[in-house]
Design a protein. Structure first.
Length: 558
């Protein structure tokens, strides 16, 4: 199997040999050219599959190949074509089997002659024109390409179609190689590695089969699972290079940053965060500085609170999602942000006044001059002491005062930024009360935990989930991440909740929640069914959903 992957040849193979795939951008011309290159690779695979299939003894395989012989699955492209063709039952194909060429069954004819004539009849039916055909008229190669793109965009978050085409060019239309290339480039964590048995992979494969218009999706999925036991290891030699994909990388980095911000909330005593530190967290809790991103957020939050105290006390049960996303997005504008997102720390010895000035300017820091004085003059004096406090202690309500005293300036300063208006506060508290009521009721009825949990803090809210029907004034669901703890216990657990935006739960709008680990998505979701989950992906794969992959990506960070 690995041998077949190596036979694909050099990068210049295919249309316009020597030119290679278009890696420049996602222009319409570039996408069309990459599409032609991918189809060219596929024609070679189908030609090789026709050589191996027993068409002389089983002429009906020709029609089965044209209907169900897609080149995607868990093997190499040629193996996938053959396995999908052979696993297609006769009843799966509409119409009569394609007739064999005249004289094919005559024993006097040689097999080579029959194969040549079979290839002459079948290959033209596999080929496609320069422009994509209508869905109902697509050839098996075109449907294979549709399935490959659907799998990649369903499995990988924020992967645009034009980017999927580029990876398919680099991988010679080999799905597993394309997956490996994307994992290498997009720096997925070890626990995110591709696993054939995972729910995400199974969902993506089903979406691919639906988009490819396979006659029997269940038979395809069963055949793909049966093939797994025969697979060789992933090939060590990968046809690829590092690509520049700012749109998708930006989305992934934003997810990683969001995970750090969620963790930072749990590191500060939640009662102190609710009553005091939420303001500094949103005002200046950026992830840049001399420590790790997590510690930088905590240090910058505490410094802002001590140097620029709030004019009046304000206790919250929920943080403003829109402002939090804005703070996280500003971290993305830093030229060194990627250096600072490493798991094991990063090099900061080269940071000087110019670097910190650029960081403060890029993030539109509300207290730029005061921050620069703090990070360049005050913080170095107490840096080691602050680091020791952050790494050796759990910050209880009493102990958090120690870094607060170390980080405080000689005197506090009046804040130059505008405080929230009364109108904004009224709108926010109205939303908070509504979300808190619904989440509290949902948590009370949670069937995923063995003990009763108490709602401690609401982290992020998306109130626009699902599709509004005609004359509906609001979306059917909200998705919420919140922190809760068992009664009489201090430990915090992150939960996901899908709550109905209607006054009461109904058969069609059912609320639920379950605990989740802190991971890197704006709203941390479960793998099971929820609005926007695998059922919606299946609808997108068949063109029955009003939302497209491109539309999802265009709203990232908005």
């Amino acid at each position: 199997m690995a041998g077949r992957r190596r036979r694909c040849g050099s990068e210049g193979d295919g249309e316009g040999a020597g030119n290679g795939p278009n890696l420049s951008d996602g222009s319409r011309a570039g996408m069309a050219r990459n599409r032609r290159l991918i189809l060219g690779f596929m024609y070679g695979y189908y030609d090789e599959a026709l050589d191996a299939l027993p068409l002389e003894r089983m002429p009906a395989l020709a029609s089965r190949l044209l209907e169900a012989g897609v080149c995607f699955g868990f093997g190499d492209p040629v193996t996938n074509i053959m396995a999908n063709t052979l696993s297609c039952a006769p009843d799966d194909v509409d119409g009569e089997p394609a007739p064999a060429p005249d004289g094919a069954r005559k024993r006097k004819r040689k097999k080579a002659s029959w194969d040549a004539r079979a290839r002459e009849e079948i290959l033209p039916k596999i080929a496609a024109g320069d422009a994509p055909s209508p869905p109902e008229a697509r050839t098996i190669a075109e449907r294979s390409l549709e399935g490959l793109v659907t799998f990649l965009t369903s499995y990988f978050r924020y992967l645009p179609t034009w980017d999927a085409l580029r990876y398919l060019c680099l991988s010679r239309a080999d799905l597993l190689v394309a997956v490996h290339l994307i994992e290498l480039h997009r720096c997925h964590r070890r626990e995110d590695k591709f696993s054939i048995d995972s729910h995400a992979v199974k969902t993506a494969l089903k979406c691919a089969a639906l988009s490819a218009r396979l006659p029997n999706v269940d038979a395809f999925l069963t055949g793909s699972s049966a093939l797994v036991s025969c697979l060789d290891d992933m090939p060590a030699e990968i046809f690829g290079r590092r690509l520049s994909v700012p749109e998708s990388v930006r989305a992934i980095l934003l997810d990683r940053i969001h995970a750090v911000y969620l963790k930072a909330i749990t590191q500060i005593p939640i009662e102190d965060f609710r009553s005091r530190y939420h303001r500094g967290f949103l005002k200046a809790g950026y992830c840049y500085g001399p420590f790790s991103p997590l510690f930088n957020i905590i240090v910058n939050t505490i410094w802002c609170d001590t140097a620029f105290p709030a004019p009046q006390a304000l206790e919250l049960d929920m943080i403003c999602t829109r402002i939090l996303i804005r703070v996280e997005s500003r971290d993305l504008e830093l030229s060194r942000a990627i250096q600072m997102s490493g798991k094991d720390g990063y090099e900061t010895s080269s940071w000087d006044a110019a670097a910190y000035t650029s960081a403060a300017d890029a993030s539109s820091h509300a207290e730029r001059e005061a921050y620069l004085h703090f990070v360049m003059e005050s913080l170095p004096v107490v840096e080691s002491a602050v680091m020791e406090l952050l790494t050796t202690q759990i910050l209880s309500s009493n102990k958090i005062l120690q870094p607060s005293m170390l980080l405080s300036s000689s005197s506090s300063h009046p804040s130059k930024s505008l405080e929230p208006t009364d109108d904004y506060k009224e709108i926010f508290f109205s939303q908070q009360n509504c979300v808190r009521k619904k989440v509290g009721a949902t948590l009370l009825n949670c069937e995923q935990t063995k003990e009763q949990y108490e709602l401690r803090f609401i982290c992020t809210v998306n109130e626009s989930v699902g599709t509004k029907k005609f004359r509906d004034l609001k979306y059917p669901y909200s998705h919420v991440n919140f922190l809760a703890s068992p009664k009489d216990k201090p430990c915090l657990t992150l939960f996901f909740a899908q709550v109905s935006n209607h006054d009461e739960d109904s058969e069609h709008h059912r609320s639920f929640c379950q605990p989740k680990s802190v991971a890197g998505t704006r709203i941390v979701h479960p793998v099971e069914s929820y609005c926007g989950g695998f059922m919606d992906f299946e609808k997108m794969a068949t063109g029955r959903h009003p939302v497209t992959n491109a539309r999802i990506i265009s709203h990232v960070g908005s």
